[in-house]
Ligand binder design. Structure first.
Ligand SMILES: C[S@@+](CC[C@H](N)C(=O)[O-])C[C@H]1O[C@@H](n2cnc3c(N)ncnc32)[C@H](O)[C@@H]1O
Length: 217
């Protein structure tokens, strides 16, 4: 989630608590702030997956990871929080599915070059504004591969709706600018798709890595 407000320090602190000490509350809180839409918003990512090997970065409580594994997709998960790993392990056991997972940081991916066809992050944390993470994403993506981020944007003038949306997703122009800069600096071809037609729309940011040059004679 990209923050855009002077009180962003407070929100960053609260989010960190939600990813660690209060990870058990994450699914409930995300359900509440999205009025029950969080799973559907997150699931939009699946329509943009390309190729066989998928890496999910910052998988949180593992909802999408479990869903992809249950569909038989070859998916690997990377997540920084130990508490999120614990919850995800439980979820995978209950769902009787498995997926390789690593505890680590987007800025230092423990994978070989060109290991994945798709790298996805839904409601990504601050790592999306960090050029170090983008360098890593480009490195582990295969030629022709795709980086994709899923987030939401408000699309209504209703003042009450705007007030509550901004409470849950406070704006932070600085973070948005840093995100745009990091994308600009990446070697990927960037595009955006907006999905849905309700007051809150899903925004998919895509980064395509050029296919390997075909030698011409
Ligand atoms: C807003 S949550 C999103 C979780 C999930 N993808 C979803 O859609 O609900 C962001 C997740 O990214 C993780 N995270 C934060 N910084 C990270 C980093 N540098 N590398 C990997 N994961 C990170 C957090 O622990 C948290 O679980």
């Amino acid at each position: 989630m990209i923050l855009r407000h002077p009180i962003s320090t407070l929100y960053t602190f609260l989010y960190r608590q939600l990813y660690t000490r209060f990870a058990w509350a994450y699914d409930g809180v995300s359900w509440l702030v999205s009025l029950g839409h969080w799973d559907d918003w997150r699931r939009v990512a699946l329509d943009f997956v390309t190729g066989a090997d998928v890496l999910e970065v910052g998988f949180g409580t593992g909802e999408l990871l479990s869903e992809m594994a249950a569909k038989g997709m070859s998916v690997t998960g990377l997540e920084a929080s130990a508490a999120m790993h614990t919850i995800t392990t439980r979820k995978l056991i209950v769902g009787r599915v498995s997926a390789p997972r690593v505890q680590g940081f987007a800025q230092q991916l423990p994978f070989t070059d060109a290991a994945f066809d798709t790298i996805l992050a839904t409601f990504p944390a601050g790592f999306v504004t960090d050029p170090a993470a983008h360098k890593e994403f480009s490195r582990v993506l295969r030629p022709g591969g795709r980086l994709l981020f899923v987030d939401v944007a408000l699309s209504t003038d209703n003042p009450l709706f705007r007030f509550f949306y901004r409470l849950a997703f406070p704006p932070s122009p600085q973070a948005a600018a840093r995100f745009a800069e990091a994308l600009d600096e990446s070697s990927l071809r960037i595009s955006r798709r907006v999905v849905g037609n309700g007051p809150v729309r899903v925004v998919v940011t895509l980064g395509e890595k050029a296919a390997a040059d075909v030698a011409t004679v």
